[in-house]
Design a binder for this molecule. Structure first.
Ligand code: AMP
Ligand code: ZN
Length: 544
């Protein structure tokens, strides 16, 4: 199976040939951890997760190394830490911000069905590597030290690299305008960018010694953003690796500058052979922005929808095409996934889904994904398999394993894709009106449970209980809402059924019918029968 990928560097689709098929290496720029990730940030994470899964399938699970970093040093982080924890020393406050944000990010992307990368390095654990690369650049005259308005800086000299600008296809004089680089007197070229900048004593920083033209200077400071990725990709993937990815906004200046640093430091022509970029995501036709009120974090959406729904919407659009996020796409995705999930259960092939069997992964889906990640056609093929599985057990298994392979989580539980729930308020419990606070809380409880936010789901459950509303998810079948738990409900039903059997034994049919009506009103469907000894029995289930 050969994979074809679009390469930003050459601007065409090319057959993918790994440098070493036994060690396929991919680097994707990860989040800067200062706030909840938004749904735009979810796009590269999902897109490159699909690629990671495809590479693992083709080259073998142990032969693919995926590195996605965490940027935990950044001025935005410092500002957030000072704002949120003014009472703490800055470094402690920073740790609080980065740790809680990274934790939330992990929970979010797990709920979206993404595998963990092989390595997830943090910038602050790789300062030594950054300083080493900067020193190499100073040694080879690709960098210089200069005093700026905010202190001393080590800068990359873009003029020292003739090939600078190849990825974004910009000439140096165009870049000045494109990047809106401030004309700073200490820079040799206005496009020169920071590798290391001096910190004030109150700012986070590391002591680093740099030597330039035989003179050593010590600068207590912090790294620039671009050098982080050069250092971490080099440490874990080497001087040249196979694939480098991220959102389209990173092409310039971030990726251009990563290439400049890495190629000049290691004397290589290429940093990564294939550069891949996902298109931007916008919401209902507009750029997502807090002021327009169309800004959503991943978590906000995961409070209302199972992660598979978001994953489906992301994969419906080809990764290089701009994606327009719409409420109607979410509803359609939910409907499709409910269908798929019910069929998965009806076909009796859930075990093939829970641990996807490689030999049952659909060749056609692999072929489509191998064509520069044609995910929308892959989803259509999954829809086809969901039909074919109805009459062909083998294809039902293929459907199950392929669903697992593409990474849709929680598909074995239709309850997470249903709208509505079974209400059983037998006394004067509160009414649950559509759109009411209680209704939203119930849906939050369902989605939080689906997405494995156990603690928040529990909080929601308790908030509802305080209002006399008890919620339970009956394994994969339905969401039950009542003024008793489903277990209490079951007990009550069993008791009523026992009294009905007594009435029937006593031939009191009027009473037995009255009890039946009472149960029907509770949506309980009865099936009378006899056991081996001829005793009356009654089986029951709740009608959805
Ligand atoms: P950031 O934390 O802003 O550096 O972004 C992390 C990743 O999300 C990068 O790969 C960005 O290119 C990507 N990204 C940010 N905003 C969007 C968006 N609206 N649509 C698609 N990708 C985005
Ligand atoms: Zn990067």
């Amino acid at each position: 199976m050969s994979i074809t990928l679009y390469n930003t560097l050459t601007r065409k689709k090319e057959p993918f040939t790994p440098i070493d098929p036994a060690n396929v290496r991919m680097y994707v720029c990860g989040p800067t951890v200062y706030d909840f990730a938004h749904i735009g940030n979810a796009r590269p994470v999902i897109v490159f997760d699909v690629l990671f899964r495809l590479l693992r399938h083709v080259y073998g699970e142990d032969h693919v190394k995926y590195v996605r970093n965490i940027t935990d040093v950044d001025d935005k982080i410092n500002d957030r830490a000072a704002r949120d924890y003014p009472e703490l020393p800055l470094n402690e406050a920073i740790r609080k911000v980065t740790e809680s944000t990274a934790q939330q990010f992990h929970a979010d992307v797990k709920a979206l069905g993404c595998l963990e990368p092989t390595v997830e390095p943090r910038a602050t654990d790789n300062i030594k590597e950054m300083v080493e690369i900067i020193q190499r650049l100073l040694n080879t005259d690709h960098a210089y030290i200069a005093a700026g308005a905010q202190g001393r800086e080590v800068l990359f000299a873009v003029g020292s690299m003739p090939a600078y600008g190849a990825l974004s296809n910009r000439k140096l004089d165009e870049q000045i305008e494109g990047a809106r680089v401030a004309l700073e007197a200490h820079k040799r070229n206005p496009a020169d960018f920071v590798l290391w900048k001096e910190s004030a004593a109150t700012e986070p920083g590391w002591s680093a010694a740099f030597s330039e033209a035989g003179e050593t200077v010590s600068i207590y400071g912090r790294p620039g953003w671009h050098i982080e990725c050069s250092a971490m990709s080099h440490r874990y993937l080497g001087e040249t690796f196979d694939i480098h990815g991220g959102g389209i906004d990173l092409v310039f200046p971030h990726h251009e500058n990563e290439i400049a640093q890495s190629c000049c430091a290691f004397g290589t022509d290429v940093m990564a052979n294939v550069w891949m970029h996902n298109g931007f995501l916008q919401v209902e036709g507009q750029k997502m922005s807090k002021s327009l009120g169309n800004f959503f974090t991943i978590f906000e959406l995961l409070k209302l929808n199972a992660g598979a729904v978001m994953r489906f919407v992301m994969l419906e659009t080809h990764y290089r095409t701009p994606l327009d996020w719409q409420a109607s796409s979410i509803e359609r995705a939910k409907f499709t996934l409910l269908n798929w999930s019910e069929r998965l259960n009806d076909f009796g092939v859930v075990d093939h889904y829970l641990i996807p069997k490689p030999e049952f992964i659909d060749h056609r889906v692999v072929e489509l994904l191998s064509d520069d990640l044609n995910t929308s056609s892959a989803l259509m093929r999954l829809g086809e398999l969901s039909h074919l599985g109805q009459t062909d057990l083998n294809l039902a298994k293929v459907f199950a394993s392929t669903l697992g392979f593409v990474g849709f989580p929680q598909m074995d539980k239709p309850v997470f894709f249903q709208s509505g729930f079974i209400v059983n308020m037998f006394e004067s419990g509160p009414q649950i009106l559509p759109g009411s606070e209680e209704n939203i809380q119930i849906e939050n409880f369902r989605a939080l449970t689906a997405n494995n936010y156990i603690q928040q789901a529990q909080t929601m459950k308790l908030a509802l209980e305080k209002k006399g509303i008890k919620t339970s998810i009956i394994p994969e079948r339905y969401l039950y809402v009542g003024n008793e738990t489903s277990a209490e409900f079951d007990k009550r039903v069993e008791k009523i059924i026992a009294s009905r059997i007594e009435a029937r034994k006593a031939k009191n049919f009027a009473e037995s019918d009255r009890i039946r009506d009472e149960l029907v009103a509770m949506r309980v469907q009865l099936k009378d029968g006899k056991d081996a000894d001829g005793n009356l029995t009654t089986e029951w289930e709740v009608k959805r």
